[in-house]
Write a protein that binds this ligand. Structure first.
Ligand SMILES: Nc1ncnc2c1ncn2[C@@H]1O[C@H](COP(=O)(O)OP(=O)(O)O)[C@@H](O)[C@H]1O
Ligand SMILES: [Mg+2]
Length: 512
């Protein structure tokens, strides 16, 4: 008998969206069950019904063979089902221990026993190998630890089945590894894990079985050891996904971006970008590899005008671009796909059409004698939706209504259509689904082949190795290696540079 079973689940939201269409699946005691599917496939909706945040329009859920109606999270917790959401739900100004103990025993009036909360947290953390600092405030700890707090909170409430909704979307590769170690130890202690993701390598690494969803339906459930990434990708997208980019050899052209001895120090005087020099040429993608937090973000922020350097310079086509703000950088034909698209990439409430011209509304053809030509804006919106395969019924819809992948396509469309010389792409496919990743990768390579100079930063080493013509490794704010990309470049070799265990000489670095 399966531990949990869902039978013919249908969910139609009040606005008419059919998010789950007749879904049946089962979970076995002690397994790690991955649920995969592109953004909008209906994964979170299905999980919310298991956790009592939504109720099915029709269908039945059974637990250990018994029909149950899970109409509130409280009920789910009583039944031993816990869930960690995509967006954490912790109280920022409280400590780790307070968050974990909070609300478990709702004795109104009685103060929380802090000492006991701390002790319970310590014990729980040790039992499950989930390391946290009980006395730290939530707003002072890294994302990976916040997630462990959420997991411990669910375990403290007696969760036997733990649902993790895209837990790795916010994690660095190191944090992801730590999470997987913790998941394995949870299973050893008898827990059952449901794990949502759209990263197939993670599925292959951690799960026992996989259920694939597409367009509100279940495509199938397979044993992980009997499947492969290409097969899962095909099930998810509904067509063959090649995940290889067509990248013709091309000779690099003139230098476009020249960075010379660039330094950026924070208020405390620490050099986060430390005497960095490199060049990006026409017809090439220079990929920056490195463990996150080694100066990549600060380097990009300086180059895009968001921060002022403390030393050195950067030239685009021979003209200095730094220290004059983002608009000046753009006027020098530098475009930017920002790392955090929600805060820097789009105006969520603005329409798709408006977001596509947000950087150029004040110029022809959109501005005519000081007025915005709405016809031109709408026409451009419709063109871009078509050209970039943005899944949206109309360009007048708010960008915020799109899935992550489609939002990213809006940004890519906008940045590509401004005839740039240099594109700075930071984590261009983070949180984006496979179909869109394939598309964005191919677009980046096509633009490079046409002559664009591209500086690519990604925490995904596979992505950098797949796309880049040359690789540059940053460690501790410094450039420690620059090498041509090729079959002899391996993750292991890059890893040595990334962790600071190896470093090129100045001659080696200058040679490529
Ligand atoms: N509360 C809601 N009201 C209306 N529609 C929703 C709601 N939540 C999700 N949807 C829609 O349901 C579909 C499935 O969403 P979701 O379950 O979040 O997918 P996934 O987690 O696979 O990305 C999407 O089209 C989404 O826009
Ligand atoms: Mg979701």
């Amino acid at each position: 008998m399966p531990l949990l079973e869902a039978l013919n689940i249908v969910k139609v939201y009040p606005n008419g969206v059919r998010a789950n269409n007749n879904i049946s699946f089962s979970i076995e005691q002690g397994e790690i069950h991955a649920i995969v599917g592109e953004n909008g496939a209906g994964k979170s909706t299905l999980m919310k019904m298991l956790y009592g945040l939504e109720t099915p329009t029709s269908g039945q859920i059974t637990l250990r063979g018994q029909p149950v109606s899970i109409d509130t999270p409280h009920k789910a917790i009583e039944l031993g089902i816990g869930m960690v959401h995509q967006n954490f739900m912790l109280v920022d100004s409280f400590t780790v221990a307070e968050n974990i103990a909070l609300g478990r025993e709702p004795r109104s009036g009685a103060a929380l026993d802090r000492a006991k909360a701390i002790q319970d947290t310590r014990q729980l953390a040790e039992t499950y190998g989930l390391q946290v600092d009980p006395t730290a405030r939530i707003d002072s700890i890294p994302v990976g630890m916040r997630q462990r707090v959420e997991i411990l909170k669910a375990l403290y409430r007696g969760a036997e089945i733990l649902i993790l909704d895209e837990p790795t979307a916010v994690l660095t590769p190191k944090e992801t590894n730590d999470l997987f170690t913790a998941i394995r130890s949870l299973v050893k202690q008898g827990k059952t894990l449901i794990f949502i993701t759209h990263k197939l390598r993670e599925v292959m690494e951690i799960s026992d079985r996989v259920t694939v969803m597409r367009d509100a339906q279940k495509v199938g459930t397979v044993n992980t050891r009997d499947t492969s990434i290409p097969e899962l990708a095909r099930m998810m997208v509904g067509r063959e996904v090649f995940m290889v980019v067509d990248k013709p050899p091309v000779k690099r052209g003139q230098p476009v971006l020249e960075v010379k001895d660039l330094t950026y120090a924070n208020e405390a005087g620490r050099a986060l970008v430390n005497h960095v020099s490199f060049t990006v040429y026409e017809n090439e993608i220079l990929g920056i590899a490195g463990v996150e937090g080694n100066g990549q973000t600060e380097l990009i922020e300086v180059l895009t005008g968001l921060r002022n350097p403390t030393g050195g310079e950067a030239l685009v086509d021979g003209k200095p671009i730094l220290g004059q703000g983002p608009r000046k950088v753009r006027e020098n034909r530098v475009t930017h796909i920002p790392e955090d698209r929600l805060t820097n990439g789009v105006a969520r409430d603005g329409s798709i059409a408006d977001n596509l011209i947000i950087d150029r509304y004040y110029r022809a053809p959109y501005a005519r004698s000081g007025l915005l030509d709405l016809g031109k804006v709408a026409q451009n919106g419709a063109d871009m939706i078509k050209q970039f395969g943005i899944l949206a019924p109309s360009s007048s819809l708010p960008v915020g209504s799109l899935s992550g992948g489609n939002m990213q396509k809006v940004i890519v469309a906008r940045e590509f259509s401004s005839s740039p010389r240099l594109l700075i792409a930071a984590q261009p496919t983070r949180g984006v689904d496979i179909g869109a990743i394939e598309f964005i990768h191919q677009q980046l390579v096509n633009k490079r082949t046409e002559g664009l100079a591209i500086l690519l930063v990604s925490a995904d080493l596979q992505e950098v190795m797949k796309l880049a013509d040359r690789l540059m490794v940053m460690y501790n704010g410094e450039v420690v290696a620059i090498l041509p990309n090729g079959p002899d470049v391996t993750e292991e070799k890059l890893g040595l540079y990334m962790l600071g265990a190896a470093r090129q000489t100045a001659e080696e670095m200058g040679a490529v």
